[in-house]
Ligand binder design. Structure first.
Ligand SMILES: [Zn+2]
Length: 272
């Protein structure tokens, strides 16, 4: 048994940031994301490939989501996520919404009735400012009902800047937000200024390879170890390498346990 295998046997792992797509569009969808981030995607975005790769790394649970780039896609994506959650008890599904869709309230009720655990918003793909007036109605309606996983940050756009999320966190004190990518993809220096707040958590997706080990470790300790979740951003990065990158950060054993699964279990009230 190699060192990594024995470490993996020790930990419960939940991947708190993954995207899945129906088989017939998965390759195209993952290539589109890859093009957006100028990173050739390492996986095809299918459910099977996620489960196979995750299980090989000892991952026991997955937060799964998918983003509607137009209002017309919302319902079918939410149905797909719910269907996959019914087939995979280890999936925790987050639904999608679009700020320009009609009758958002009705879709939020449907998301809850489908058993989904939260909402995922990607302001850069969906082209709205996180603090735009049309998005406020979403926050108003979900504040006390569902957490929101936000894609945050990109040095090329301003839609999802940490500054904009900070305003939402102040205006909706009961909202439980997850700021993906440790609070701001490629704008990590600005996270400290805006996102040290009681109602925001973070995930490690698309950060470890870019930030470097020491900086990632320091950044997580600055944010608060209890507020960080492990996530891979499947299908973008090599799955195994993402798990290994995390396990070799040099965090303490109890920090690993909390980030790898303890924190997200408490956040989503998962009993496993
Ligand atoms: Zn995402």
């Amino acid at each position: 048994m190699t060192n990594t295998e024995s470490i993996l046997e020790d930990y419960d792992i939940i991947d708190a940031h993954t995207h899945i797509y129906p088989m017939k569009i998965s390759m195209k969808a993952s290539q589109n994301i890859g093009r957006f981030y100028r990173l050739p995607p390492r996986h095809n975005g299918s459910v099977d490939e996620l489960v196979t790769n995750g299980k090989a790394c000892g991952v026991k649970g997955f937060l799964v989501c998918s983003v509607a780039t137009t209002p017309e896609q919302v319902q079918s994506i939410n149905d797909f996520i719910a269907e996959e959650c019914a087939l995979h008890p280890e999936f925790y599904g987050f639904g999608t919404l679009h700020p320009m869709m009609e009758d958002i309230g009705c879709e939020i009720d449907r998301i809850i009735n489908l058993g989904l655990r939260g909402i995922k918003l990607h302001p850069d793909f969906q082209r709205f400012n996180v603090d735009a007036p049309e998005a406020y109605s979403i926050y108003d309606m979900v504040e006390d009902r569902l957490p929101i996983l936000f894609h945050i940050g990109d040095d090329r756009y301003d839609y999802s800047h940490p500054r904009r999320l900070s305003k939402i966190l102040g205006d909706f004190k009961h909202l439980r937000a997850i700021a993906a990518h440790l609070g701001g993809f490629k704008v990590w220096d600005e996270v400290k200024e805006y996102l040290i707040k009681p109602n925001v958590w973070f995930d490690t997706s698309s950060t470890l390879a870019l930030l470097g080990k020491e900086a990632a470790k320091e950044h997580m300790r600055m944010l608060g170890i209890d507020r960080c979740f492990f996530g891979t951003d499947y299908p973008l990065w090599d799955y195994q390498r993402e798990v290994q990158n995390f396990l070799t950060l040099g965090l303490k054993d109890d920090e690993n346990r909390r980030i790898l699964s303890g924190n997200i279990k408490a956040f989503l009230q998962i009993c496993q």
